[in-house]
Every structure is written in structure tokens, then in C-alpha cells.
Design a binder for this molecule. Structure first.
Ligand code: NAD
Length: 283
């Protein structure tokens, strides 16, 4: 019987642990503040931003909301980020992506003070991860490491295959698995013999962005599967990059969609906000 890795339960535990740490900081006179900036009114982004605000409220982190119109210029956005960078009372700055097309996303990411980069997307944060120094780590892959550790899945020495090489999931995921002493392969859209490569995996992370792409032909007997994809099907239900029903009898453990990786992303954002206090003190 495969173990279903319950991201909702694990994320709930992490949030409760963080709530305790935030209360300790408060008792010591330290309030943690996250600034969340949304440009435009993309409905999916509004849902994510709202969920982040709710998580902040639950944990006891103060959130500052900047809801900017579609017509906001790049200069106006950069000015707001610059002001927040300079405010001692703001610990974390998050710009909800994507931003409208007339704004240069890379420039926006680079303009955030790396000490307040709670999304972990700044080149300095990515570089620190790459060379094994402390810094903010992208929330979704950081959450996946927590899912594995808290489900007693050993990473050390294991064959880990990450399918997908995006900057926010695939690449940091591979670096984190390497940091945990996994033997890591990154596969992507140009990989030859993907089924063979994927079948080597003891731990297979699917971050492809294609619904139900991974079936049992890609999966070794007893593998642990982490499904990062989120897709809304025609019947309104959510599914992942993995064909759950097809692989369930082959795997030893798997994350469901919904309720697997998804809830961990916000929990790890909250973790980064709490960690920001020490990161800001230490540098
Ligand atoms: P992306 O589109 O930036 O990257 C997809 C990657 O998949 C690319 O690197 C590409 O090389 C690879 N790929 C595409 N087609 C392939 C193929 N046929 N064979 C092998 N590799 C292929 O996507 P992303 O931002 O990394 O997100 C991936 C998925 O995860 C999406 O469904 C996204 O919605 C989801 N996601 C979920 C969370 C969460 O919190 N659960 C967070 C981020 C992304």
C-alpha cells in the first residue's frame, strides 16, 4: 500500500511551529512584517495573495498589502520596492508573479534587497544556495524537502530525478536534493529517453506543467513520487503532472494533487519570513 504524503497536515504542523516562534519573537519585542505587492488583478494571483495574507494572520506575522493597478509603471513599482527595502520595520518583500508584460520581471526580482527576498528568487539567494551558504530558498522546493524529511524518506545516496528545470522549481529542487546528498539528475524537454531516465529514480520529482504526463511507464517499482504540477481539468477538478491512479500501485509513496506540494509553498514562505529576522541580524 503506497503512503500518501499529506501536505495539508505537514504544512499545518509547520505553521503551528512557526506560530510559536513568532509568539516568542513578539514576547521579545520583535514584530515580523511581510509586504505583499500585486500588480494588476489576475484572479489566480488574487487567490494566492489572499492565501498568503490569511497564513500571515494565522501565524501572527503582520502583512502590508500593496494592490496596484494594471497601469502601474515599472518605475512606480521599483520606487515602492526601494522604499520597502529601506524600511527597518519590513522584514520580507514579495512581488506576486507574473507581473504585467510592460514590467521587466527579472529587474523587479533583482531590485528586492536579498536580505528581504522571502521568495528566494534573487540571484544572490540562488547563488548562496548553489555554493551552500545560508540564504532564502525558493518556497516550493524547500517545502518538498520538508515533505520528504517529515515522511521519513531518506534522500542521502538515493537516485533523485527532477523533471523540469525552471528557476523557481526544477533547478533549486535539484540543488536542495544535492545538498541532502542525493545523486541528482535533471531532466527536461530535450532529454532523450525520458522514460529510462525517470525509471532510475528512487525519488522522482515531476515539475513539468503537463497534466497526468507521468504514468507507470516512467516509474520504478517502489519509487517515491513528488507531483508539483497543478492543473484544472474540464470537470473542474485539480490534477497534477502525474497520473495518480495509474502509478499508485507501483509507488511506495506519493503526494496527491490537491493536498500535496501545494500547501507547503505558503508554509515555507511563512518559514522564510520567520528566518528573515536571523538573516537580517547575521549579515
Ligand atoms: P515551467 O513551465 O517553468 O517549467 C516546466 C519544465 O518542464 C521546463 O523546464 C521544461 O524543460 C520541462 N518540460 C516541459 N515539457 C517536457 C517534456 N515533454 N518532457 C520533459 N520535460 C519537460 O513550469 P514550473 O514553473 O516549473 O511549474 C511546473 C508545474 O508546477 C506547473 O504545473 C505549475 O503550475 C506547478 N507549480 C506548482 C507549485 C505549487 O506550489 N504546488 C509551485 C510552482 C509551480
Amino acid at each position: 500500500m503506497a503512503q500518501i504524503i499529506d501536505g495539508k497536515v505537514i504544512a499545518g504542523r509547520i505553521k503551528d511551529e512557526l506560530k510559536g516562534r513568532v509568539a516568542d519573537y513578539k514576547a521579545a519585542g520583535v514584530e515580523i512584517t511581510l509586504a505583499v505587492i500585486q500588480v494588476g488583478c489576475d484572479p489566480a494571483s488574487s487567490v494566492y495573495v489572499n492565501n498568503k495574507k490569511k497564513a500571515c494572520e494565522y501565524i501572527g506575522i503582520k502583512s502590508l498589502a500593496y494592490e496596484l493597478g494594471d497601469e502601474t509603471t515599472q518605475e512606480e513599482l521599483l520606487k515602492i520596492i526601494c522604499d520597502l527595502n529601506n524600511r527597518d520595520d519590513v522584514n520580507g518583500i514579495l512581488v506576486q508573479l507574473p507581473v504585467p508584460k510592460h514590467i521587466d520581471e527579472d529587474l523587479v526580482i533583482k531590485s528586492i534587497n536579498p536580505k528581504k527576498d522571502v521568495d528566494g528568487f534573487h540571484p544572490e539567494s540562488v547563488g548562496a544556495l548553489c555554493i551552500g551558504q545560508p540564504g532564502f530558498v525558493s518556497c516550493t522546493p524547500a517545502g518538498i524537502i520538508q515533505l520528504l524529511k517529515r515522511s521519513n524518506v531518506d534522500i542521502e545516496g538515493k537516485e533523485c530525478v527532477v523533471i523540469g528545470r525552471s528557476n523557481i522549481v526544477g533547478k533549486p529542487m535539484a540543488l536542495l536534493l544535492l545538498r541532502e546528498n542525493g545523486t541528482v539528475t535533471i531532466a527536461h524537454s530535450r532529454t532523450k529517453n525520458l522514460k529510462e531516465v525517470a525509471k532510475r529514480a528512487d525519488i522522482l520529482v515531476a515539475a513539468i506543467g503537463k497534466p497526468k504526463f507521468i504514468n507507470k511507464e516512467y516509474v520504478k517499482d517502489g519509487a517515491v513520487i513528488i507531483d508539483v504540477g497543478i492543473h484544472r481539468m474540464e470537470n473542474g477538478k485539480l490534477c497534477g503532472d502525474v497520473d495518480f491512479d495509474d502509478v499508485i500501485d507501483t509507488v511506495s509513496a506519493i503526494t496527491p494533487v490537491p493536498g500535496g506540494v501545494g500547501p507547503m509553498t505558503i508554509a515555507m514562505l511563512m518559514n522564510n519570513c520567520v528566518e528573515s529576522v536571523e538573516i537580517q541580524r547575521s549579515k
